[in-house]
Design a protein around this ligand. Structure first.
Ligand SMILES: Nc1ncnc2c1ncn2[C@@H]1O[C@H](COP(=O)(O)OP(=O)(O)OP(=O)(O)O)[C@@H](O)[C@H]1O
Length: 212
């Protein structure tokens, strides 16, 4: 069964003279176990499509569904987990509390997944530190670990290698590939060719339209 299904998506911002149409007639499926990369120039609409796919916003036209339900109605990290460009971490919490938050909210023991993800993403050494005392690259990996801790049905990640050096890029890519192998549908907006190379498919956007 298709996990994520986007059908005829159109979306824009603003009203009247200031209205900007950003996405035009986007249809896309991401199956469980599939890693799909979303490529395209700056401003082509990748982040907007991520927001719609993850249900952060509802599309003006068309539909975005996960297992047949609008993603916008899904406030459950085991179904849809997101790594936004700004990471969205809770500044008052430690690294480990940020990562474990979805598990704690769901009443699930973060145990094995927490240990696996913190090791895979090189986060173990400073797990007890406040996220305010970590680098941007470390914060990005914390957000990735948090998104994957409940092995979500759908993970949507916006430029998840953007703040990483080569070694950590490889760790991030390996972690995303593992998540897909474990059955998540993974959608990644990225300029990073190294992510395109491991993706099952690369979808290209230009001026808000999908290229063939
Ligand atoms: N809240 C908003 N209000 C008005 N315009 C917006 C808003 N958010 C995005 N846009 C515009 O929508 C277009 C697509 O933006 P989007 O962030 O989706 O592109 P992107 O492909 O992710 O770019 P980048 O690679 O630079 O992150 C851009 O022209 C942008 O200026």
């Amino acid at each position: 069964m298709t996990a994520l299904e986007l059908v005829g998506i159109g979306h824009g911002y603003g009203v009247g003279d200031r209205r900007v149409e950003v996405l035009h007639d986007i249809s896309l499926r991401v199956e469980p176990g599939e890693l799909v990369a979303l490529a395209g120039p700056s401003g082509s609409g990748k982040s907007t499509l991520c927001h719609l796919a993850a249900g952060i916003e509802s599309p003006d036209r068309g539909s975005a569904t996960l297992d047949g339900r609008p993603t916008a109605a899904t406030a459950d990290w085991s179904l849809v987990a997101v790594v936004p460009q700004q990471h969205g971490l809770l500044a008052g919490l430690t690294v480990e509390d940020n990562i474990a938050l979805p598990a704690h909210r769901a009443g699930v023991d973060p145990g094995e997944a927490f240990a696996r993800l913190t090791a895979a993403l090189d986060l173990t050494a400073f797990a007890r530190r406040s996220v305010l005392e970590t680098s941007l690259g470390e914060q990005q990996r914390v957000a990735i670990a948090r998104a994957l801790i409940l092995a979500p049905r759908l993970a949507v990640l916006d430029e998840p290698t953007g703040h990483q050096d080569d070694d950590h890029v490889n760790q991030v890519i390996g972690t995303l590939a593992d998540a897909a192998r474990a059955g998540s549908a993974v959608l990644v907006a990225t300029h990073d060719q190294r992510v395109w190379e491991v993706a099952h498919r690369v979808i290209r956007l230009e001026d808000g339209r999908m290229l063939d």
